[in-house]
Design a protein around this ligand. Structure first.
Ligand SMILES: Cc1cc2nc3c(=O)[nH]c(=O)nc-3n(C[C@H](O)[C@H](O)[C@H](O)COP(=O)(O)OP(=O)(O)OC[C@H]3O[C@@H](n4cnc5c(N)ncnc54)[C@H](O)[C@@H]3O)c2cc1C
Length: 445
């Protein structure tokens, strides 16, 4: 008889766990006396959110708001509240998330533990820059409050620390004031990759949000064509007040995992073509449409079938970006026939606060592929090498095939986190790569 509780990552890596801890409140949370890992909402694509041992801490019941300073835009909430739930609370008071990833389904602690980035990285940096403080529960060491001024080293290890420093029970963040959650967007076409680099330099100044979508199937003279989406929050609504129900959260469910991959290349090619042809006029859209278009189809990852799909994400320095991104897209064409979803974005100069935060200045490219086993392994090996040779790094929470050598080349100072690891916190990723605690005096901190 098969027993246990199954948890998955977004790329459909799966784990079966003997015991599940479900803390109801941050104050009552306790840790098991064995190997464990905290799980947010499983929106990490790779295996960083899956425990290596038999015990998972499912944090989603801890979702109370502990404090909301509406005057100064400061929110303290429990780890498992989702960004979507936070938006419902803060938008009517004229506040927005300072940084948001491309899905609102992630938890507050998940966003912190991966130090996520958004479409405003060029001016705002990462999510962790807006974390004022957090509480950490550690095996054999109890609770500690960490912030940029108190327990600073543990704070830096926990931001982007992928759950390996302990259980985050609550997080306090600064919010961003807005007149409206809606976004005024302009879409500018670029005919190929060279035009992107020529155009992009001038375009994102004056815009809070900037991201480029690339047609992952275009070839020849159109190779690398796409759209830059530029946006700013809209002005105050005519009524003067923030509308109470401003979000349009259409959700189309995918109830079951498809028996095989039903995301066919011809359909993706057509979607890419239609997207490229969209009207470039300035328009006002809801925040859900602008930031979270993929949330419209909940569990869309199931369309890729039981083998799931894999996401490649790297960042390369500006100096090497044009050549590296050309090579990456060329290899995606040659080895996989193209990528169904390709996103290119400039990262700005703000230094990420976490020891293992992924973002650094340069350009980040994200590519999605159905998982086809060995062939996809070979593809990722090639893509990783191009990025590393260009002086770049690979995002550790995106793909479960990341090897020790690629991780260490991506984060040459990775050993700095070792003294701060929780001795019992262990993910499949950390076990696979040998990221385990060691006595502090053996580590170069
Ligand atoms: C459609 C889509 C779009 C995305 N767009 C972006 C993007 O634009 N930018 C970006 O950066 N990422 C993006 N992501 C990735 C996603 O934002 C991150 O992986 C996010 O951190 C997942 O959060 P989660 O709550 O689901 O946490 P999980 O994936 O469950 O866990 C993430 C990590 O946080 C740790 N963790 C969770 N809760 C706790 C806790 N209480 N204490 C300690 N550790 C904890 C886990 O151990 C794990 O290491 C996207 C993902 C999807 C599916």
């Amino acid at each position: 008889m098969v027993t246990g509780y199954v948890y998955s990552s977004w790329g459909n890596n799966q784990g079966r766990y003997r015991s599940v801890f479900i803390p109801k409140t941050s104050a009552s949370a306790i840790l098991p006396d064995e190997s464990y890992l905290a799980y947010g909402n499983g929106r990490s694509y790779g295996d960083t959110c899956l425990p290596a041992g038999d015990t998972i801490i499912d944090t989603r019941a801890m979702k109370s708001v502990l404090k909301f300073d509406q005057q100064n835009g400061i929110l303290r909430a429990e780890a498992g509240i989702s960004l979507s739930e936070i938006l419902d609370i803060i938008i009517p008071h004229g506040w927005f998330l300072p940084v948001t990833p491309g899905t609102s389904a992630v938890t507050l602690a998940g966003a912190t533990a991966n130090d996520v980035h958004g479409k405003n990285h060029h001016i705002a940096g990462t999510f962790g820059r807006f974390v004022r403080s957090l509480e950490l529960l550690r095996s054999h060491a109890g609770r500690m409050v960490c912030s940029p001024t108190s327990n600073q080293e543990m704070f830096a290890a926990t931001i982007g620390g992928m759950g390996l420093t302990g259980l985050i029970t609550w997080v306090e963040i600064s919010l961003m004031p807005v007149h409206s959650p809606d976004v005024e967007v302009i879409a500018k076409r670029f005919a190929n990759l060279d035009s992107f680099f020529a155009q992009e330099q001038n375009d994102d100044a004056g815009f809070t949000y900037s991201v480029a979508w690339i047609d992952g199937f275009a070839r020849g003279a159109s190779f690398g064509r796409g759209l830059i989406l530029l946006g700013n929050h809209a002005g105050r609504p005519e009524s003067g007040a923030m509308p109470a129900a401003v979000r349009r959260k259409l959700r189309i469910p995918v109830p079951l995992t498809a028996p095989c991959n039903v995301v066919f290349p011809p359909a993706l090619r057509l979607l890419n073509e239609l997207y490229f042809r969209q009207n470039g006029n300035k328009r006002r859209v809801s925040c859900d449409k602008f930031f979270y278009p993929l949330d419209t189809v909940s569990s869309w990852n199931r369309l890729y079938g039981p083998r799931g799909f894999r996401q490649f994400q790297c960042v390369v320095p500006s100096a090497t970006a044009r050549n590296a991104i050309t090579d990456l897209l060329t290899q995606a064409h040659t080895l996989a026939g193209g990528s169904g979803l390709a996103v290119l974005k400039k990262f700005g100069g703000h230094i990420s606060p976490g020891l293992l935060s992924f973002p650094r200045p340069g350009y980040t490219l994200t590519l999605d592929f159905p998982n086809q086993g060995d062939a996809t392994d070979q593809l990722f090996h090639t893509l990783n090498k191009i990025a590393i040779d260009a002086g770049g790094r690979i995002n550790p929470y995106k793909d479960s095939s990341l090897t020790t050598s690629v991780f260490q080349a991506s984060f040459p100072e990775w050993r700095r986190i070792l003294p701060y690891l929780d001795s019992n916190a262990e993910s499949r990723f950390s076990r696979r790569l040998g990221i385990t605690g060691a006595p502090a005096n053996t580590c170069a901190v």
